[in-house]
Design a protein around this ligand. Structure first.
Ligand SMILES: [Zn+2]
Length: 337
């Protein structure tokens, strides 16, 4: 009898091990994220791979990125932000800097943004977009979806608005951010100038502050954090078809993101497919963006993105935030812009 029980126990243990092994292999990241944060850095191209960017490095060291994701053929801002947000190419969505600046649009067009699909899936969720270049909020993201659109005139003020909102619990299901000052530096000083590279380092500081605000709330355990650029730059700015202009950073961090350099051929517009997939929203049939095959794997604990800020510096920053929040609460408790 003892022998029979021993054999049965061995069979049970073997079957359990097989099941655990099977479960570990059958992961699926579809809908595994509560929040998606997209940080867009205008004109950054592949420069995060060249500059001293400690925040980018710590956030994505254990995650997935590619410095030379493919942009739209027309390396202009609206053409690319349009594709990043709508999942189709420029020829299909047709946004230009001029049209985005001048013409608002509703959600009845055939090339709706990811905010349209997020709103359909989550009718009551907070959806937010913070931009330095207000044309994106004006003419690319629909004006009838109750997206909280915040326009600020500097990247520092964009960062301050985001960190303030997150500290106060305004945490969106889907957030888009556009920092603009890297592109400004290229237009003023050229794409290979010291000023341009300094602006990339500065953008790294801002994205680190946004990430830390999210992480400090314990949100990274179920959030996807994406950094993407619309295009790169040359000494003469952008708009052409050079390798520098048509390469852009695409980086993704999350609990089920593989530690990898994404395979060649990914596009910056793939952000739209990745965001919807992470939130559990079926990809619209007309999308040409797609989720890179090597992006997601098994969920796991990640420890590489901790805040390296020294305790003393953190104390003064937190104190400054406290006063900032207090002043903001007293002066403008309900910023609906
Ligand atoms: Zn641009």
């Amino acid at each position: 009898m003892k022998r029979v029980i021993s054999v049965l126990l061995c069979v049970l243990i073997a079957v359990s091990c097989a099941c655990v092994g099977f479960a570990a292999e059958s992961y699926d990241s579809f809908g595994r994220y509560e929040h998606v944060f997209i940080i867009g850095i205008d004109g950054a191209g592949a420069a995060f791979g060249i500059c001293d960017t400690p925040n980018f490095d710590r956030i994505f060291a254990d995650n997935a990125y590619r410095h030379d994701a493919q942009t739209e053929v027309v390396t202009v801002s609206a053409q690319n932000w349009g594709s990043i947000l709508t999942g189709v190419d420029y020829a299909t969505h047709g946004f230009t800097n001029d049209s985005a600046s001048k013409t608002q649009r509703g959600s009845d067009s055939s090339n709706n943004s990811i905010f349209y699909y997020a709103r359909k899936a989550f009718p009551d969720a907070l959806l937010s977009s913070y931009c330095n270049w207000s044309a994106i909020n004006h003419g690319i993201i629909e004006n009838d979806l109750h997206v909280r659109k915040v326009n600020r005139k500097s990247d520092a003020l964009v960062t301050e608005a985001i960190t303030h909102d997150i500290a106060f619990g305004r945490v969106p299901k889907l957030m888009f951010v556009q920092f603009d000052e890297v592109d400004h530096a290229a237009h003023s000083h050229g794409g290979f100038s010291d000023e341009y590279y300094a602006a990339v380092v500065n953008a790294d500081k801002y994205l680190g502050e946004v990430y830390d605000a999210i992480d400090a709330k314990g949100l990274m355990k179920d959030s996807l954090f994406i950094v993407v650029a619309d295009h790169g730059e040359t000494t003469n700015g952008h708009g052409g078809t050079t390798k520098e202009e048509s390469s852009a950073i695409l980086a993704v961090a999350g609990h089920s993101v593989n530690q990898t350099v994404l395979a060649e051929g990914v596009h910056n517009r793939d952000v739209s497919a990745i965001a919807l997939y992470a939130l559990g929203i079926e990809q619209p049939a007309h999308f040409i963006s797609s989720v890179p095959a090597d992006l997601f794997g098994a969920s796991r604990e990640k420890t590489t993105a901790s805040n390296p800020m020294p305790a003393q510096e953190k104390f003064w920053r937190d104190l400054a935030y406290f006063f900032l929040r207090f002043i903001n609460l007293v002066c403008s408790p309900f910023d609906k812009r």
